[in-house]
Design a protein around this ligand. Sequence first.
Ligand code: GLN
Length: 563
Amino acid sequence: MSSMSDCDLPPRPLKRSISYNCKNLVRQHLVHVENRLFEMFGDKEKNTIDISRFLLGLTATGMRHSDPRLKEMRENLKKFQDKIAASDHHALNISYDTFMSIISDNLEVIVKAFSSSFVIPDFRGFCHHIEEIYAKCLTNTDGKAAHYIPQLARANPDHWAVSVCTVDGQRYSTGDVNVPFTLQSCSYALNYALALGQLSDVGVHIYVGMEPSGRHYNELCLDYNNKPHNPMINAGAIMTAALLKPDLSAADRFDFVFNMYKRLGGGEYLGFNNAVFLSEKECADRNFALAYFMRENKCFPEGTRLHETLDFYFQLCSLEITAESGALMAATLANGGINPLTGDPVLTVDAVRNTLTLMHSCGMYNYSGQFAFKVGLPSKSGVSGCVLLVVPNTMGICLWSPPLDSNGNSCRAVQFCMELVSRFNFHNFDNLRGHFTSKCDPRMAKAESKAQILFDLLFSAAAGDLSALRRHSLSGSDMQAKDYDGRTALHVATSEGHLNIVKYLLYNCQVYPLPKDRWGRTPLDDASSFGHPDCGEVIIECSKKRGIEIPLPLSDANDFHAD
Ligand code: GLN
């Protein structure tokens, strides 16, 4: 009996109207956000938008102006600025229509950024933690740089870099993030992912195991099946090098990997350190021994050219990145193989899953078990002092500092990882439902229930936190919502004398200037009770402009809350 296919089904007219409705909803949402953008950065009376404030707001969401996803916006802006004389101070305030035409090509990502829809909604708050952890680890002077080759032994032990890139392309970097360093064993994880893409896991694991070795990373040993234990230690990595494009010439094999790494890092810094390569080759007795040992045990695929394979392996260890470009590579792994900035599908989902699995169990040399226990995140370490850390579906982090502990892992990087998971519930087995935990989940929008939103809104107004209020406005909070006592953000901001917040609420959010709380008090009464005449003047001015009658002050206004 033939199964019923889609063509056998009667036509479904409903489908069109559903998709029409969806489109309509999307359009409505866009219009809503456009209006919100205007409220945030615009001047309603002049119908203009302050473009520099808009760009600053964008930076606060974690997006960089150089982001490839904003290419058209940058070009449009440049064209517009070229037309306007540089000396024209009003050029920063552009008309609403011009603004919309400048951002229209990249509206989707801009809307996402400003509607708190990125994976880390409060990116600034998150970066504050990263900065604190960075500073804490900076004081750690443990460890010594690798000394098996002079190029690594000469590394500056003070170098310390942390760079973060989320799966939504939010970026934060601190420290020596533009100093190049060699990938060393961090390349093992990437090469394994590339080999999986070519041969699948079945093809690759004919030649290499998937079991932690429990041995030093370059120990001369194989597993019970006479295979290298896993692709994350030297023997396994030499094997992976043998599997990568064996039919190509040595030069083309190098080009292939170089291009793939370049795509992983979204075209950002990737170099080759020839001095390190020559040094590696010169001081490679153990790697030669491993390769010969594997050949003796018939580990390699037929036709493997041993010396060419070793050269290739040394070259891959000698590729250079910076913490910045490394973070993007790690973020591509966090994002299922798709580069978050370029959208390039560099690796398959399966290749990424398998790579992260082995990074989790084998990525930190002979410390892998403890790292999996304490940190619970996939990571790969290299003797240059680099660690690529992945928080799956959330972010990639590149850490770099040359001094190593006895396992060969960067002391500062390991400390950073521990601190990170002590603050955030990033450990693989942290309870994501948030029961009984003091850790926070930066992936969760701060306020969820109506009551929480209102509490956060009033709290932000009291604290004078303008950017939090902007976020509220963008995500559609009712800016004149009242609490149980009828108090609004405007009441609270006025009582605290936050003039900028009062202006923002009145002019950008267009809230009603004279709402009454349950004691019949308006923000104007609060202004006089709490001694903030400047706020009172703004409220009076705004009410007059809108033709709203100003009530007489309450007789007890000056005694209110006198205790
Ligand atoms: N190039 C180094 C080696 O082959 C890489 C080792 C490492 O980073 N652990 O020994």
